[in-house]
Design a protein around this ligand. Structure first.
Ligand code: SAM
Length: 226
């Protein structure tokens, strides 16, 4: 019986990979990767020499059929993205859905992802939350922000460093200057940073200290309750 296993990979510190992930990577007949060069570096580090083929966002639709055929011809196929959990703001969903449709076993190992540690360390309620990934850059961004203004659960966003100040300014504009936020930068890396405060305070901080690296923005839900 063919199986697809989605394997999370480190988002910073290589020690974050699990023992089980390493075993499954070693046992895989075939590994599909978002960027084969990134994955080969990781595999080399752990002395894993499995065969790696590309499976990335711009060929996801086009290559779905041939990818499914390859998965069917193997016992265990692994899908990894460059970092974190496949399918979470990364390729993976389409393949998982297609495998389910085709009756192929689908499993995702527990492991690194940016949203959960950022959410939990923010100090905001994490019993219920809503993950929005990256907000649309242009069309639909304002509509989404207006809808999120009403959201009572803690909100989790992914954001790029060069758009962070704009994002914080929009949180001030749409949700008010006093809405509490926590910006989590470079999780699991040497310069990991948590900046907590009102949206206005955190915006002012990053205007003075332009951020680098990878960023998760956590926004307290409306009325500070969950
Ligand atoms: N699949 C990944 C996951 O499970 O988190 C997400 C991939 S998405 C293309 C990349 C975005 O995730 C970054 O722009 C950032 O918003 C967030 N991210 C990834 N690694 C991070 C880290 N070490 N610290 C903070 N945010 C991170």
């Amino acid at each position: 019986m063919a199986k697809l296993c989605l394997v999370p990979t480190p988002i910073g510190n290589l020690e974050d990979i699990t023992l089980r992930s390493l075993r499954i990577l070693k046992e895989a007949d075939l590994i599909f990767a978002e960027d084969t060069r990134v994955t080969k570096k990781l595999l080399n580090h752990f002395e894993i020499s499995q065969h790696v083929l590309p499976f990335h966002a711009h060929n996801e639709h086009k290559t779905l059929g041939s990818t499914i055929d390859k998965i069917k011809s193997c016992t265990l196929t692994v899908l990894v993205s460059d970092a974190g959990t496949p399918g979470i703001s990364d390729p993976g969903f389409l393949l998982a859905r297609e495998c389910v449709k085709e009756g192929i076993d689908v499993e995702c190992l527990p492991g690194p992802t940016a949203l959960i540690p950022a959410l939990v360390a923010s100090g905001f309620p994490c019993d219920r939350f809503c993950f929005e990934g990256f907000l649309p850059h242009k069309k639909g961004r304002q509509t989404k922000l207006m809808a999120l203004e009403q959201e009572e659960r803690t909100i989790v966003l992914y954001e790029s460093p060069h758009r962070l100040v704009k994002c914080l300014a929009q949180i001030v504009e749409f949700m008010g200057a006093e809405r509490k936020v926590c910006v989590v930068r470079e999780l699991s890396k040497m310069f990991e940073e948590y900046k907590r405060g009102t949206a206005q305070e955190v915006q002012d901080y990053y205007e003075k200290h332009p951020p680098k690296g990878e960023i998760v923005v956590i926004i307290e839900g409306k009325n500070g309750k969950n």
